[in-house]
Design a protein around this ligand. Structure first.
Ligand code: ADP
Ligand code: MG
Length: 241
């Protein structure tokens, strides 16, 4: 499988007045198409900084980021926005749904920039909602849905753009453990159907659903290991514990 994501000696330093804060200090890894990866580490280790770079919301201060073979650091702001819109699907901790829009309208919204007809947008959004098990909730507004359902709408919105990679920052952070598990099982299902998924989290439970765990500490990778099959949870298993 070709690498969707490849970072080489990736660095990001924030400048606060005269102080330099090196948030990422030379990170290397590659993520092949179809992999599901957890990026873990304590608060302040650089997870969000890394996710912002992977999501083309920010540019590296050093090293390289290749997304589907393209060097992201060399792109203009407009090109970066285009790459982001076409290749990345984001899932947020707080869902980021617009409360005044229905679930279907929320899922459709990013497709407005795709030059699709209104009918094509609607079809895609309906398909995405169906794939997260919410076909019958399209006309509900976010506050008429549970937290787990809202996050599934968020995932449908990410899927509707048919991205190369789904990036999720603490997607279970606002959910009780049962809804969190439901969301992780959905990610697992999407991964089994071929999606590339990167989940950033400090929740150890998440790694039971991924096939690889990258641990960060103080802006460097301290471990990068496959998750042993015996620790992995299957689609049909209920989480023990
Ligand atoms: N916008 C910013 N300006 C300055 N420093 C920042 C900024 N964002 C993050 N940092 C610093 O970079 C380091 C990594 O932060 P972050 O990527 O948010 O870690 P995590 O998501 O793992 O908690 C921390 O020391 C943090 O204080
Ligand atoms: Mg963070």
């Amino acid at each position: 499988m070709p690498d969707v994501i490849r970072v080489e000696q990736l660095e990001r330093t924030y400048h606060l007045g005269s102080v330099d804060v090196p948030a990422l200090r030379g990170i290397d890894f590659a993520i092949p198409q179809g992999q599901m990866v957890a990026i873990m580490g304590p608060s302040g280790s650089g997870k969000s900084t890394l996710l912002n770079l992977l999501g083309c919301l920010d540019r590296p201060s050093g090293g390289r980021y290749l997304l589907a073979g393209e060097d992201v650091g060399r792109k203009s702001d407009d090109q970066l926005a285009e790459v982001r819109n076409a290749r990345i699907g984001f899932v947020f901790q707080n869902y980021n749904l617009l409360p005044q829009l229905t679930a279907l309208e929320n899922v459709e919204l990013p497709l407005v920039y795709r030059g699709l007809s209104a009918a094509a947008r609607r079809r895609r959004a309906e398909g995405a909602l169906e794939s997260v098990g919410l076909a019958d909730r399209g006309h509900h507004r976010p506050l008429e849905l549970s937290g787990g359902q809202q996050q599934r709408v968020g995932i449908a919105r990410a899927l509707a753009g048919q991205p190369d990679v789904i990036l999720a920052d603490e997607p279970t952070g606002n959910l009780d453990s049962a809804s969190g598990e439901e969301v992780l099982r959905l990610f697992l299902e999407l991964h089994r159907s071929g999606r590339t998924i990167v989940v950033v989290t400090h929740d150890d439970d998440v790694s039971h659903y991924t096939e690889r765990t990258i641990h960060l500490r103080d802006g460097v990778v301290v471990s990068d290991d496959p998750v042993p099959p015996e620790l992995r949870r299957g689609l049909d298993e209920r989480g023990a514990s």
